[in-house]
Design a protein around this ligand. Sequence first.
Ligand code: ACO
Length: 319
Amino acid sequence: MYSKIIGTGSYLPAKALTNFDLEKFVDTSNDWIVSRSGIHQRHIAADDEVTSDLALHASRRAIEAAGISPDEIDLIIVATTCPDKMFPSTACILQDKLGIKSGGAAFDMQAVCGGFVYALNTADLYIRGGQAKTALVVGAEIMTRMLDWKDRTTCVLFGDGAGAVVLRASEEPGILAGKLHSDGQHHALLRVDGSVRDGVVQGDPFIRMEGQAVFKFAVTVLHRVVDEVLKMSGLKDTDIDWLVPHQANIRIIEATAKKLGMSMDKVVVTVENHGNTSSASIPLALDAAVRDGRIKAGQTVLLEAIGGGFTWGAVLLKW
Ligand code: ACO
């Protein structure tokens, strides 16, 4: 038994904030942001939007593309770092918003930017293990609510958005291999320290990052995990038709593609349009490339991501 993606969907909030907009209130420039990150704009959730709303839009589009009824979904995993509430999980709230009463499991997965790969690998294992037949796997984030707009080293990089896939049990190969890693020794390099205690936020509630250390670590480990999934599946790097990487930064994407010996015309890049949307970035990019016809049936697609923790992983699949 395999699992196979049968539908994708994504959603970006209507309000776009360009680098030129940022120049007006942050000590930065469009040239600096574009040259260091490849980002031209990011989207900002409306005041009355919460993460499950973004997830709902993306999920509805994925469910429609899959041609299934929401009630067929017996597993929901929402990868998010920005849950609606401390509890219940955003996945349970999404389950309600979708009107699903199937009683299947629904839970959140917190692996920051590694979240979507973590969630997809987990859903694949549930399906292969016979615990679910049709999974909704979502990455949804409102990262901009954790930004310190006075910290130009972070606030120019992140954005809001959501992406979703429907994964279904299949006789034909879909997901070929997946591998996850983490190394908690580096948890201080990318973090939000704040927590709620006695009704008050304790500690710094904003994203803090050692940018250069994150960059170096990302480039070092990402190609290794790609080698692992290639070995697991018996494929070679030349068999990969499309790389859909976590959209954090064009320079990390280019450096990883170079280490893999892949030319950039086989890499799906959408970071210019939405910045780093953390766990939403891979399904946003995947949905773009599926809908515009780049990714075609039978092609081999590699997804890879790294995020705070650090967490990282890769999933190799046949489309
Ligand atoms: N605008 C203008 N200047 C800036 C800005 C800004 N927004 N931010 C920093 N600078 C300045 C710095 O103050 C510094 O000035 P100085 O030389 O006078 O001190 C100069 O630019 C260079 O700063 P560096 O930190 O050395 O810049 P670097 O080339 O390393 O780029 C960046 C910074 C983009 C953060 C880079 O380190 C990077 O890409 N890191 C990866 C981080 C990342 O993508 N994280 C995403 C989350 S993790 C994940 O998703 C994998």
